[in-house]
Ligand binder design. Sequence first.
Ligand code: GLY
Length: 360
Amino acid sequence: MSDHNLTVGLGERSYPIFIEDGIMENIGEDLAKRNIASRYVVLSDDYVAKLYGSTLMATLEHAGIKAEMLTFSRGEASKNLQVFADLSRKLAQLGLDRTSGLIALGGGVTGDLTGFIAATYMRGIPFVQIPTTLLSQVDSSVGGKTGVDIPEGKNLVGAFYQPKAVYIDTAVLTSLPAEEFLGGVAEVIKYGVIRDFEFYCFLEKNLDSILALHPAIIQEMIQTCCKIKAEVVAEDEREAGLRRILNFGHTIGHAVEAASDFSLIHGHAVAIGMVAALRLAVSSGLCKRKEAGRVATLIHTFGLPTEIPEGMDRERIKAYIKTDKKSVAGSVFYVLPTTIGKVIITNELTEEQIDAVLQR
Ligand code: GLY
């Protein structure tokens, strides 16, 4: 396997992340050595299954691994309790037992859904992540957040449940729609702003190569994001403290996403939320206007939105901010940069400050 390995250090639940161009074709060989499960079911949406299902099944078969595949409809609408129940029942009908494992082949929806089924089927069976979108490669496939949506909110039912391994094939990004790739870029920029100024400068310097999917640059970019995420998760698996910095841009971002009735791609809403958080940091006297402007310029130059869409109902956004599931005892928390590479978490913002960024 590649040299581009990382480990999420969680004691006996530690697991490797492999990042390699074309790794999909060799996953079977590595998985066979790991003795994670006696047989596997691959879960994937119908779109990704068509693109990569046969390559994955071929490498598993070649390595002598018994595996079947189940698919569901593409999209966030599948991340619900009904699909969770239907797939769990199918696993039982296939005769999966406690020695069996699951493989999530797809983006965030597939990873979250598969991980939650793995966390609960027979009270927990192992699972492996093969993320196929930039967003899932740099964020959701690492760290063990699993779950489904309910009508009352996204990800409100779930579990922290870590995978046994994450295989990231950077080659699959060539089939990703540009909008979705950009959505992932928003989360990539997030890592630079919250924790790594040098990486932030790397993104500024390599913007064109990133958009052109230059393999070595993409590899380095994903590697750095996963390294930061692995460090944060190893220190605070259950988001009691440090992990909350990963929510930079998400307080207002989630509210804008919800107020768009989810027509805005998550990463695009996060981009808007990051710029809003930077403006709050400036109005709080925490961050210099010039630094905030520098990040907003990078976000814009990548082609991501920086402003809340004009016609969007500001009162609706405010209502969603108040129901943010990361709030504690009714108090909403914001992750605000003090400089590029460092953030603080605060609930000491005034209503006027929030209004000012929402009304722009
Ligand atoms: N996506 C944020 C986290 O994993 O904590």
